[in-house]
Design a protein around this ligand. Structure first.
Ligand code: 2PG
Length: 399
Protein backbone atom coordinates (compact mmCIF):
# COMPACT_ATOMS: atom_id res chain seq x y z
CA UNK A 1 0.00 0.00 0.00
CA UNK A 2 1.23 3.50 -0.87
CA UNK A 3 0.10 6.65 0.97
CA UNK A 4 -0.17 10.15 -0.50
CA UNK A 5 -1.13 13.68 0.50
CA UNK A 6 -1.80 16.00 -2.46
CA UNK A 7 -2.19 19.55 -1.14
CA UNK A 8 -3.29 22.73 -2.91
CA UNK A 9 -2.09 25.52 -0.61
CA UNK A 10 -4.87 27.96 0.20
CA UNK A 11 -7.23 26.24 -2.28
CA UNK A 12 -10.48 26.59 -0.30
CA UNK A 13 -12.31 29.90 -0.20
CA UNK A 14 -15.70 31.54 0.47
CA UNK A 15 -18.80 32.11 -1.70
CA UNK A 16 -18.25 35.05 -4.06
CA UNK A 17 -20.91 37.39 -5.41
CA UNK A 18 -19.06 37.61 -8.74
CA UNK A 19 -19.39 33.81 -9.00
CA UNK A 20 -23.10 33.83 -8.18
CA UNK A 21 -22.40 32.57 -4.65
CA UNK A 22 -20.05 29.81 -5.76
CA UNK A 23 -16.51 29.46 -4.43
CA UNK A 24 -13.46 29.32 -6.75
CA UNK A 25 -13.25 25.59 -5.98
CA UNK A 26 -16.88 25.11 -7.08
CA UNK A 27 -16.34 27.29 -10.15
CA UNK A 28 -13.14 25.51 -11.23
CA UNK A 29 -13.40 22.48 -13.53
CA UNK A 30 -12.04 19.67 -11.32
CA UNK A 31 -13.12 16.31 -12.79
CA UNK A 32 -10.40 14.31 -11.02
CA UNK A 33 -11.08 15.61 -7.52
CA UNK A 34 -14.82 15.31 -8.15
CA UNK A 35 -14.46 11.63 -9.12
CA UNK A 36 -12.35 10.91 -6.04
CA UNK A 37 -14.96 12.66 -3.88
CA UNK A 38 -17.70 10.50 -5.39
CA UNK A 39 -15.73 7.28 -4.96
CA UNK A 40 -14.16 8.10 -1.60
CA UNK A 41 -15.23 10.10 1.43
CA UNK A 42 -15.24 13.85 2.01
CA UNK A 43 -15.49 15.98 5.11
CA UNK A 44 -13.96 18.87 7.02
CA UNK A 45 -10.75 18.91 9.07
CA UNK A 46 -9.52 21.60 11.44
CA UNK A 47 -5.86 21.99 10.46
CA UNK A 48 -5.22 25.12 12.57
CA UNK A 49 -5.71 24.49 16.32
CA UNK A 50 -7.49 27.23 18.34
CA UNK A 51 -5.06 29.92 19.41
CA UNK A 52 -2.57 29.41 16.55
CA UNK A 53 -2.03 31.89 13.70
CA UNK A 54 -3.41 30.27 10.49
CA UNK A 55 -0.04 30.07 8.74
CA UNK A 56 0.97 27.40 6.26
CA UNK A 57 3.59 26.32 8.80
CA UNK A 58 1.07 25.31 11.48
CA UNK A 59 -1.47 24.00 8.96
CA UNK A 60 0.97 21.79 7.03
CA UNK A 61 2.58 20.44 10.22
CA UNK A 62 -0.96 19.38 11.13
CA UNK A 63 -1.63 17.76 7.74
CA UNK A 64 1.69 15.91 8.02
CA UNK A 65 0.15 14.38 11.17
CA UNK A 66 2.05 16.40 13.80
CA UNK A 67 0.39 18.24 16.71
CA UNK A 68 1.55 21.91 16.55
CA UNK A 69 1.09 22.13 20.34
CA UNK A 70 3.94 19.63 20.69
CA UNK A 71 6.42 20.62 18.00
CA UNK A 72 5.74 24.07 16.53
CA UNK A 73 8.59 26.55 17.22
CA UNK A 74 8.08 28.94 14.29
CA UNK A 75 8.15 28.85 10.48
CA UNK A 76 11.67 29.85 9.73
CA UNK A 77 13.53 27.05 11.56
CA UNK A 78 11.64 24.64 9.29
CA UNK A 79 12.70 26.62 6.22
CA UNK A 80 16.30 26.69 7.48
CA UNK A 81 16.37 22.87 7.49
CA UNK A 82 15.44 22.83 3.80
CA UNK A 83 18.16 25.39 3.05
CA UNK A 84 20.77 23.29 4.83
CA UNK A 85 21.39 25.96 7.48
CA UNK A 86 22.37 24.50 10.87
CA UNK A 87 20.79 26.22 13.89
CA UNK A 88 22.53 26.01 17.26
CA UNK A 89 20.51 26.14 20.51
CA UNK A 90 21.13 29.90 20.80
CA UNK A 91 20.29 30.72 17.18
CA UNK A 92 17.01 32.25 16.01
CA UNK A 93 15.93 31.90 12.36
CA UNK A 94 13.84 34.63 10.70
CA UNK A 95 12.00 34.56 7.36
CA UNK A 96 13.30 37.42 5.22
CA UNK A 97 10.83 38.58 2.56
CA UNK A 98 11.90 40.94 -0.18
CA UNK A 99 8.98 43.38 -0.22
CA UNK A 100 7.94 46.50 -2.09
CA UNK A 101 7.01 49.37 0.23
CA UNK A 102 5.10 52.36 -1.10
CA UNK A 103 5.69 55.84 0.38
CA UNK A 104 2.58 58.00 0.79
CA UNK A 105 3.09 61.40 2.37
CA UNK A 106 5.29 60.60 5.37
CA UNK A 107 4.19 56.97 5.78
CA UNK A 108 5.17 53.63 4.23
CA UNK A 109 2.63 51.04 3.03
CA UNK A 110 3.02 47.31 2.23
CA UNK A 111 2.72 47.52 -1.53
CA UNK A 112 3.63 43.90 -2.28
CA UNK A 113 4.77 41.20 0.16
CA UNK A 114 6.69 39.46 -2.64
CA UNK A 115 8.35 42.45 -4.41
CA UNK A 116 6.43 41.51 -7.55
CA UNK A 117 7.27 37.80 -7.16
CA UNK A 118 10.91 38.66 -7.82
CA UNK A 119 12.61 35.76 -9.69
CA UNK A 120 15.02 33.66 -7.63
CA UNK A 121 18.13 34.56 -9.62
CA UNK A 122 17.47 38.30 -9.21
CA UNK A 123 16.75 37.91 -5.49
CA UNK A 124 19.99 35.98 -4.98
CA UNK A 125 22.02 38.96 -6.22
CA UNK A 126 20.27 41.13 -3.63
CA UNK A 127 20.94 38.61 -0.86
CA UNK A 128 24.60 38.66 -1.92
CA UNK A 129 24.61 42.44 -1.41
CA UNK A 130 23.07 42.11 2.06
CA UNK A 131 25.75 39.53 2.91
CA UNK A 132 28.49 41.84 1.66
CA UNK A 133 27.37 44.99 3.50
CA UNK A 134 25.39 43.80 6.54
CA UNK A 135 26.54 40.30 7.49
CA UNK A 136 28.63 39.87 10.68
CA UNK A 137 29.03 37.25 13.40
CA UNK A 138 25.54 38.11 14.72
CA UNK A 139 23.39 38.41 11.60
CA UNK A 140 23.71 36.03 8.66
CA UNK A 141 21.73 35.92 5.39
CA UNK A 142 20.90 32.86 3.28
CA UNK A 143 19.28 32.74 -0.20
CA UNK A 144 16.00 30.90 -0.77
CA UNK A 145 13.29 30.86 -3.48
CA UNK A 146 11.89 34.00 -5.13
CA UNK A 147 11.05 36.49 -2.33
CA UNK A 148 11.49 33.92 0.47
CA UNK A 149 14.88 34.00 2.23
CA UNK A 150 16.46 33.44 5.64
CA UNK A 151 18.19 35.58 8.25
CA UNK A 152 19.84 33.88 11.25
CA UNK A 153 20.45 35.89 14.42
CA UNK A 154 23.21 34.05 16.29
CA UNK A 155 22.51 34.34 20.02
CA UNK A 156 19.44 36.38 19.17
CA UNK A 157 15.99 36.88 20.66
CA UNK A 158 12.75 35.34 19.41
CA UNK A 159 10.48 37.11 21.95
CA UNK A 160 9.36 39.98 19.70
CA UNK A 161 5.98 40.09 17.88
CA UNK A 162 6.37 40.06 14.10
CA UNK A 163 3.63 40.22 11.43
CA UNK A 164 3.52 38.16 8.19
CA UNK A 165 3.72 40.74 5.37
CA UNK A 166 1.06 38.95 3.32
CA UNK A 167 -1.38 39.76 6.15
CA UNK A 168 -0.95 43.54 5.73
CA UNK A 169 -1.17 44.20 1.99
CA UNK A 170 -1.89 47.92 1.31
CA UNK A 171 -1.68 48.72 5.04
CA UNK A 172 0.57 51.31 6.69
CA UNK A 173 3.51 49.34 8.11
CA UNK A 174 4.08 51.61 11.14
CA UNK A 175 1.89 49.69 13.56
CA UNK A 176 3.05 46.29 12.23
CA UNK A 177 6.80 46.75 12.69
CA UNK A 178 8.42 44.24 15.12
CA UNK A 179 7.58 44.96 18.78
CA UNK A 180 9.14 43.75 22.03
CA UNK A 181 12.55 42.39 23.00
CA UNK A 182 14.97 42.51 20.07
CA UNK A 183 12.62 44.54 17.85
CA UNK A 184 15.00 47.51 17.78
CA UNK A 185 17.79 45.40 16.28
CA UNK A 186 15.43 44.05 13.59
CA UNK A 187 14.14 47.50 12.63
CA UNK A 188 17.72 48.79 12.41
CA UNK A 189 18.58 45.87 10.11
CA UNK A 190 15.53 46.58 7.93
CA UNK A 191 16.52 50.25 7.68
CA UNK A 192 20.13 49.42 6.75
CA UNK A 193 18.88 46.93 4.14
CA UNK A 194 16.79 49.67 2.50
CA UNK A 195 19.98 51.70 2.02
CA UNK A 196 21.75 48.71 0.43
CA UNK A 197 18.77 47.93 -1.83
CA UNK A 198 17.91 51.48 -2.88
CA UNK A 199 20.28 51.86 -5.82
CA UNK A 200 21.25 48.24 -6.35
CA UNK A 201 21.65 47.56 -10.11
CA UNK A 202 19.12 44.73 -9.89
CA UNK A 203 16.49 47.10 -8.55
CA UNK A 204 17.39 49.83 -11.04
CA UNK A 205 16.91 47.26 -13.82
CA UNK A 206 13.57 46.14 -12.35
CA UNK A 207 12.41 49.74 -12.21
CA UNK A 208 13.42 50.32 -15.86
CA UNK A 209 11.48 47.18 -16.84
CA UNK A 210 8.39 48.37 -14.96
CA UNK A 211 8.72 45.67 -12.31
CA UNK A 212 8.22 46.30 -8.58
CA UNK A 213 11.55 46.84 -6.82
CA UNK A 214 12.63 44.94 -3.71
CA UNK A 215 13.12 48.16 -1.79
CA UNK A 216 13.01 46.60 1.65
CA UNK A 217 13.24 43.39 3.62
CA UNK A 218 10.59 42.23 6.10
CA UNK A 219 11.57 39.94 8.99
CA UNK A 220 9.05 37.54 10.60
CA UNK A 221 8.31 33.84 11.31
CA UNK A 222 11.08 33.65 13.85
CA UNK A 223 11.96 30.63 16.01
CA UNK A 224 14.46 28.05 17.21
CA UNK A 225 15.00 24.52 15.90
CA UNK A 226 12.10 22.13 16.72
CA UNK A 227 12.28 18.54 17.91
CA UNK A 228 10.17 16.15 15.79
CA UNK A 229 10.00 12.35 15.57
CA UNK A 230 10.46 10.95 12.09
CA UNK A 231 7.83 8.98 10.17
CA UNK A 232 10.09 5.94 10.51
CA UNK A 233 9.95 6.26 14.33
CA UNK A 234 6.23 7.12 14.41
CA UNK A 235 4.79 4.87 11.68
CA UNK A 236 7.63 2.79 10.25
CA UNK A 237 7.20 4.59 6.92
CA UNK A 238 9.72 5.97 4.43
CA UNK A 239 8.68 9.13 2.61
CA UNK A 240 9.43 11.93 0.17
CA UNK A 241 8.26 15.54 0.01
CA UNK A 242 7.79 17.49 -3.23
CA UNK A 243 7.32 21.26 -3.06
CA UNK A 244 8.91 24.43 -4.40
CA UNK A 245 8.94 26.14 -1.02
CA UNK A 246 11.43 25.57 1.77
CA UNK A 247 8.75 25.50 4.49
CA UNK A 248 7.21 22.26 3.24
CA UNK A 249 10.54 20.64 2.34
CA UNK A 250 11.79 21.57 5.81
CA UNK A 251 8.88 19.84 7.53
CA UNK A 252 9.57 16.77 5.38
CA UNK A 253 13.25 16.81 6.35
CA UNK A 254 12.39 16.99 10.05
CA UNK A 255 10.04 14.02 9.40
CA UNK A 256 13.01 12.10 8.05
CA UNK A 257 11.88 12.28 4.42
CA UNK A 258 13.74 12.88 1.19
CA UNK A 259 13.12 16.42 -0.11
CA UNK A 260 13.03 16.03 -3.89
CA UNK A 261 14.15 19.02 -5.95
CA UNK A 262 12.08 19.49 -9.12
CA UNK A 263 13.63 21.82 -11.76
CA UNK A 264 11.14 24.57 -12.69
CA UNK A 265 9.17 24.30 -9.44
CA UNK A 266 8.59 28.02 -8.76
CA UNK A 267 5.97 28.20 -5.98
CA UNK A 268 3.85 30.22 -8.39
CA UNK A 269 1.23 29.72 -11.13
CA UNK A 270 3.99 28.94 -13.67
CA UNK A 271 5.37 26.00 -11.68
CA UNK A 272 6.43 22.71 -13.27
CA UNK A 273 3.29 20.70 -12.43
CA UNK A 274 4.17 17.80 -14.72
CA UNK A 275 7.66 17.53 -13.23
CA UNK A 276 6.22 17.38 -9.69
CA UNK A 277 3.78 14.62 -10.67
CA UNK A 278 6.51 12.59 -12.36
CA UNK A 279 8.80 13.03 -9.33
CA UNK A 280 6.00 11.79 -7.03
CA UNK A 281 5.40 8.67 -9.15
CA UNK A 282 9.13 7.92 -9.29
CA UNK A 283 9.45 8.41 -5.50
CA UNK A 284 6.61 5.94 -4.86
CA UNK A 285 8.53 3.20 -6.62
CA UNK A 286 10.70 3.03 -3.51
CA UNK A 287 8.99 5.09 -0.77
CA UNK A 288 5.86 4.29 1.24
CA UNK A 289 4.58 7.90 1.41
CA UNK A 290 4.74 11.09 -0.63
CA UNK A 291 3.57 14.63 0.19
CA UNK A 292 3.02 16.81 -2.88
CA UNK A 293 2.43 20.53 -2.20
CA UNK A 294 1.44 23.19 -4.73
CA UNK A 295 1.74 26.82 -3.62
CA UNK A 296 0.01 28.48 -6.59
CA UNK A 297 -3.63 28.77 -5.39
CA UNK A 298 -2.40 30.54 -2.24
CA UNK A 299 -0.17 32.97 -4.12
CA UNK A 300 -3.02 33.86 -6.50
CA UNK A 301 -5.39 34.47 -3.58
CA UNK A 302 -2.82 36.61 -1.72
CA UNK A 303 -2.66 38.74 -4.86
CA UNK A 304 -6.46 38.94 -4.98
CA UNK A 305 -6.42 37.38 -8.46
CA UNK A 306 -9.57 35.22 -8.85
CA UNK A 307 -8.80 34.16 -12.43
CA UNK A 308 -5.33 32.93 -11.42
CA UNK A 309 -6.73 31.08 -8.40
CA UNK A 310 -9.30 29.21 -10.52
CA UNK A 311 -6.57 28.40 -13.07
CA UNK A 312 -4.24 27.14 -10.31
CA UNK A 313 -6.98 24.88 -8.91
CA UNK A 314 -7.70 23.45 -12.38
CA UNK A 315 -3.97 22.93 -13.06
CA UNK A 316 -3.61 21.18 -9.66
CA UNK A 317 -6.58 18.93 -10.45
CA UNK A 318 -5.39 17.97 -13.95
CA UNK A 319 -1.58 17.97 -13.65
CA UNK A 320 -1.17 16.71 -10.09
CA UNK A 321 -4.27 14.79 -8.93
CA UNK A 322 -5.26 13.39 -12.34
CA UNK A 323 -1.70 12.62 -13.48
CA UNK A 324 -0.65 10.93 -10.21
CA UNK A 325 -3.83 8.83 -9.78
CA UNK A 326 -3.61 7.73 -13.42
CA UNK A 327 0.07 6.85 -12.96
CA UNK A 328 -0.67 4.71 -9.90
CA UNK A 329 -3.70 2.84 -11.28
CA UNK A 330 -2.69 -0.75 -11.97
CA UNK A 331 0.76 -0.28 -10.42
CA UNK A 332 0.13 0.16 -6.67
CA UNK A 333 -2.76 0.04 -4.21
CA UNK A 334 -2.90 3.45 -2.58
CA UNK A 335 -4.69 5.59 -0.01
CA UNK A 336 -4.88 9.28 -0.80
CA UNK A 337 -5.82 12.56 0.91
CA UNK A 338 -6.48 15.67 -1.18
CA UNK A 339 -7.00 18.98 0.61
CA UNK A 340 -5.81 22.54 1.18
CA UNK A 341 -3.82 23.47 4.29
CA UNK A 342 -6.01 26.48 5.11
CA UNK A 343 -8.49 28.70 3.25
CA UNK A 344 -7.03 31.78 1.52
CA UNK A 345 -10.16 33.74 0.52
CA UNK A 346 -9.42 35.83 -2.58
CA UNK A 347 -11.43 38.78 -1.20
CA UNK A 348 -9.48 38.75 2.08
CA UNK A 349 -6.11 38.23 0.35
CA UNK A 350 -4.88 36.22 3.34
CA UNK A 351 -5.52 33.05 5.37
CA UNK A 352 -8.35 32.13 7.68
CA UNK A 353 -8.35 29.38 10.33
CA UNK A 354 -11.61 27.78 9.14
CA UNK A 355 -11.70 23.99 8.71
CA UNK A 356 -10.88 22.80 5.19
CA UNK A 357 -12.56 20.25 2.88
CA UNK A 358 -10.72 16.96 2.36
CA UNK A 359 -11.07 13.88 0.18
CA UNK A 360 -9.98 10.46 1.47
CA UNK A 361 -9.76 7.76 -1.22
CA UNK A 362 -8.72 4.09 -1.12
CA UNK A 363 -7.96 2.54 -4.50
CA UNK A 364 -8.83 -0.93 -3.15
CA UNK A 365 -12.38 0.04 -2.18
CA UNK A 366 -13.82 2.74 -4.46
CA UNK A 367 -17.55 3.24 -3.85
CA UNK A 368 -20.37 5.56 -4.83
CA UNK A 369 -20.47 7.99 -1.89
CA UNK A 370 -23.41 9.97 -3.19
CA UNK A 371 -21.41 13.22 -3.16
CA UNK A 372 -21.78 15.31 -6.32
CA UNK A 373 -18.16 16.46 -6.23
CA UNK A 374 -15.42 18.13 -4.19
CA UNK A 375 -16.39 21.46 -2.64
CA UNK A 376 -16.52 23.29 0.69
CA UNK A 377 -20.33 23.01 0.66
CA UNK A 378 -20.42 19.22 0.06
CA UNK A 379 -17.72 18.67 2.69
CA UNK A 380 -19.71 20.73 5.20
CA UNK A 381 -22.87 18.70 4.48
CA UNK A 382 -21.08 15.37 4.93
CA UNK A 383 -21.14 13.84 8.42
CA UNK A 384 -17.33 13.50 8.57
CA UNK A 385 -15.34 15.97 10.69
CA UNK A 386 -11.81 15.57 12.05
CA UNK A 387 -10.84 17.93 14.88
CA UNK A 388 -7.14 17.85 13.94
CA UNK A 389 -4.71 16.90 11.22
CA UNK A 390 -3.48 14.12 13.50
CA UNK A 391 -6.91 12.48 13.30
CA UNK A 392 -7.10 12.88 9.52
CA UNK A 393 -3.62 11.42 9.11
CA UNK A 394 -4.58 8.37 11.21
CA UNK A 395 -7.62 7.92 8.93
CA UNK A 396 -5.36 8.18 5.85
CA UNK A 397 -3.14 5.39 7.21
CA UNK A 398 -6.26 3.41 8.09
CA UNK A 399 -4.85 2.74 11.54
O1 2PG B 1 5.62 31.74 1.58
C1 2PG B 1 5.01 32.74 2.01
O2 2PG B 1 5.55 33.81 2.32
C2 2PG B 1 3.53 32.66 2.21
C3 2PG B 1 2.76 33.75 1.51
O3 2PG B 1 2.66 33.51 0.17
O4 2PG B 1 3.12 31.40 1.72
P1 2PG B 1 2.18 30.54 2.66
O5 2PG B 1 0.95 31.37 2.82
O6 2PG B 1 1.94 29.26 1.93
O7 2PG B 1 2.90 30.36 3.94
Amino acid sequence: MKYLVLLGDGMSDEPLGQLGGATPLEKADTPHMDRLARQGSIGLVRTVPDGFHPGSDVANLSVFGYDPHQCYTGRSPLEAASMGVELGPDDVAFRLNFVHLVPHFNKLYMGDFSAGHIPTDQAQSLIAALKEYLEDDQFQFHPGVSYRHLMVWRGGSEAMQCTPPHDITNKCIGEYLPKGEGAEELIHLMTQAQIVLKNHPQNLRREQEGELTANSIWLWGQGRAPRMKSYRELYGLSGAVISAVDLIKGIGIYAGMEAIRVPGATGYIDTNYRGKAEAALAALEEKDFVYVHVEAPDEAAHSGNLEHKIRAIEDFDREIVGAIVEGLQGRHDFRLAVLPDHPTPVEKMTHTADPVPFILYDSTSPRESGHSGYSERNARESDLFYASGVELFAALLGR
